[in-house]
Design a binder for this molecule. Structure first.
Ligand SMILES: Cc1cc2nc3c(=O)[nH]c(=O)nc-3n(C[C@H](O)[C@H](O)[C@H](O)COP(=O)(O)OP(=O)(O)OC[C@H]3O[C@@H](n4cnc5c(N)ncnc54)[C@H](O)[C@@H]3O)c2cc1C
Length: 368
């Protein structure tokens, strides 16, 4: 039997290994922190090595492009799109370009209970649900397999997700010619929080306010788009308390305490300018210093073009985006996750010990 990983730091949870296994020998199971890891059924495993070959962490080069990337500042023309997007609305522009060609979009969505999971969209309405960053690790389900099925039917596909999910998709698809119709867009990613802590947090909001959550939103632009506002502004409402309210305790656990992110994030293999995607999108932090005329309180994006396919996709967005090429040094200076992973805080172990012994109310109570 094969070992897909030996240390938790070596598994990003993308699920490429599980989806590529033709013997259904791998299941993704949550650990005590709520992160999914592959578990191998020894009786089914034939040690074919497909799982390790597709693993974006094990695989030398991590499926990254070797071309020198180009950096752009960009902003959607529509103020409405900017309001409904996390940054400068680039995801909407690139996904519209694919939808115009009868393509299919895959991205992070919520189910009815606000679990975060990857879904498939064929219409702008379905795609709109994928807008706005969700700071929780998304369950990939059988997304890669669905993408392959769409590509085999001749559909054009856009996948969006974290850098490790993007690399997992590359590992899953391999060198198949199907990749010609596949566009991959990743995000510059700080790190990814625990789905279990997200469940606990939703439970606290529902108990405190009464009722069931009917609305949640990370990264609202209620106080404008800026780096200072990027780790606050979480909004929610319940059916018993429908007025939209703000609560930043999840963000505090994520950014200030820093203890709720996946172990592999502390040794992320994807924090450099060579990416396993065609395009990389993120916030254009610092644009007000480098080119103030580009600043917009509704949001501005950086786009990193990593491949000829990325250039091609961006060309198809010209009708929706204002953009300009910029020096890469600006983003390298402002975006730490283009050069190094997010380190674990010293108190990570203590946080999880406290959580296991005393429960979530105790650990969240400590930050109030
Ligand atoms: C966990 C996380 C960490 C991030 N860290 C940084 C950072 O350090 N620096 C930075 O500049 N930008 C970061 N971003 C990216 C930023 O928040 C925006 O997602 C990005 O700029 C796209 O904005 P937009 O306006 O083009 O798209 P929007 O219209 O807001 O669309 C959001 C896009 O993000 C994807 N997405 C949302 N949530 C998830 C998720 N949980 N998992 C996978 N994909 C998801 C959706 O599929 C969609 O493509 C992060 C995003 C996430 C989800």
């Amino acid at each position: 039997m094969i070992a897909v990983f030996s240390n938790k730091e070596d598994c990003c949870g993308c699920s490429a290994c599980q989806q590529v296994c033709t013997k259904n020998a791998i299941m993704m199971k949550p650990d005590e922190e709520g992160f999914l890891y592959p578990e191998i059924d020894k009786s089914r495993c034939v040690a074919c090595g497909r799982c390790t070959d597709s693993c974006p962490v094990i695989r030398k080069g991590n499926f990254k492009e070797s071309d020198t990337p180009r950096f752009y500042v960009a902003r959607h023309h529509s103020q409405e799109v900017l309001r409904q997007s996390t940054s400068g609305g680039v995801f909407t522009a690139i996904s519209d370009a694919i939808l115009r060609q009868n393509g299919v979009i895959y991205g992070a969505d919520y189910d009815k209970d606000f679990h975060v999971l990857h879904q498939r969209a064929q219409t702008p309405e379905q795609r709109d649900r994928m807008r706005i960053s969700k700071y929780v690790q998304s369950d990939m389900g059988n997304t890669y397999a669905q993408i392959k099925a769409d590509l085999k039917k001749g559909r054009m596909v856009l996948f969006t997700g974290t850098p490790c999910q993007a690399a997992g998709l590359r590992g899953f698809i391999g060198s198949s010619p199907l990749i010609d119709r596949l566009y991959i867009c990743d995000l510059i990613c700080h790190s990814i929080p625990s789905p279990l802590i997200w469940e606990e947090y939703k439970g606290v909001l529902e108990r405190e306010k009464g009722g069931k959550l009917v609305h949640v939103q990370f990264r609202s632009k209620k106080d404008g788009w800026s780096r200072a506002n990027s780790n606050k502004g979480f909004l929610f409402a319940t059916d018993k308390s429908p007025k939209i309210q703000a609560d930043d305790r999840f963000y505090q656990l994520f950014f200030q305490v820093g203890a709720i992110t996946r172990p592999s994030c502390s040794q992320c293999r994807f924090t450099d300018i060579h990416r396993a995607s065609d395009l990389t999108i993120a916030d254009y932090w610092g644009i007000e210093k480098y080119s103030p005329e580009w600043f917009d309180p509704l949001g501005v994006s950086v786009i990193i073009v990593n491949s000829p396919k990325g250039t091609d996709l961006l060309e198809q967005c010209r009708q929706d985006l204002s953009m300009e090429e910029r020096p890469k040094e600006e983003s390298l200076k402002e975006q730490k996750r283009l050069s190094e992973p997010s380190p674990f805080p010293e108190n990570r172990t203590l946080f999880w010990e406290d959580y296991k012994r005393f429960g979530f109310d105790y650990v969240i109570g400590k930050i109030e």
